[in-house]
Design a protein around this ligand. Structure first.
Ligand code: GLY
Length: 264
């Protein structure tokens, strides 16, 4: 199950500059100490599965750099360095590249200059790579990704991120080889035909950004009806505080790169 069994994860500790992090709506600044505590809980749960978790130091020059997922797409065959569409985040990708080169033989790069793509817009399943166009991921980015993975086994399928939603995976997550957790608004677009879909509960759309990591599903705490739906479906759920990342439109997937590299 290459889509959710992983030997490694990379995270980056939140920087003090997180107070300047991007946000669609200003609901107040995140509390750094509380975010650090939630982040530590997140790393502990990843490690609970037996995976090696590499915790990178904070990067003060990049306020959103705790959200490492946007910097790369990591597949068993190799890693592709992304090209974030938010100007303040573009440099985060180069900061991640050496860490992936230390673990992967094959590292490729989205070159641009007009292509933009962020990892938060990419959902990898057992059989395909879904990429949602968004305010951060454009047609050039999708086209370049299609070319970069052409000699690897999974093909790219372009889908659409709902209007006003930051990333495709803001609204969905992979739960197992054939099951997706999705908001009703995203499922209505038809992009998950052929998959089993579990909906987030009404009013709990912010719980859609979860991760399946080995035997566990990590989800933001505070969404009891969606949690119970996942428990009833047989998933082993761990709830992690996400109040501070949520102020910056961040969630469970944003906080890590998850992968099983071919040895470097
Ligand atoms: N604050 C996360 C982002 O906008 O990318």
């Amino acid at each position: 199950m290459r889509s959710f069994r992983f030997t490694h994860a990379i995270t980056r500790k939140p920087a003090k500059s997180i107070l300047q992090g991007l946000r669609a709506v200003d609901t107040g600044n995140p509390d750094l100490a509380r975010m650090q505590s939630h982040h530590a809980d997140y790393v502990t749960v990843l490690r609970e599965t037996g995976a090696a978790v590499i915790e990178l130091d904070p990067l003060e020059a990049f306020p959103d750099s705790v959200f490492v997922e946007d910097t790369a797409l990591c597949l068993p065959e190799g890693a592709i360095i992304m090209r974030p569409g938010a100007p303040s985040r573009l440099g985060e990708a180069a900061e991640m590249e050496p860490h992936l080169r230390a673990l992967y033989q094959d590292v490729r790069r989205i070159d641009g200059p007009e292509s933009f793509i962020e990892g938060g817009d990419i959902l990898v399943t057992e059989t395909e790579i879904l990429v949602g166009r968004s305010a951060r991921t454009n047609a050039g980015g999708v086209a370049e990704l299609i070319r970069k993975v052409a000699d690897w086994p999974l093909a790219v399928r372009e889908v659409h991120t709902p209007p006003g939603v930051l990333h495709f995976k803001t609204d969905c997550s992979l739960l197992d080889g054939e099951t997706i957790l999705s908001t009703k608004r995203l499922h209505a677009s038809g992009c998950f035909n052929g998959y089993r879909v579990i909906h987030t509960a009404e009013g709990e759309e912010a719980s859609a950004n979860a991760i399946r990591f080995n035997d566990l599903v990590l989800m933001a705490s505070g969404f009891d009806r969606t949690r119970d739906a996942l428990l009833n479906a047989g998933f082993d759920v761990r709830e992690i505080g996400n109040s501070e990342c949520a102020k910056l439109d961040g969630g469970m997937s944003c906080l890590s790169l998850r992968f099983t590299p071919k040895a470097a």
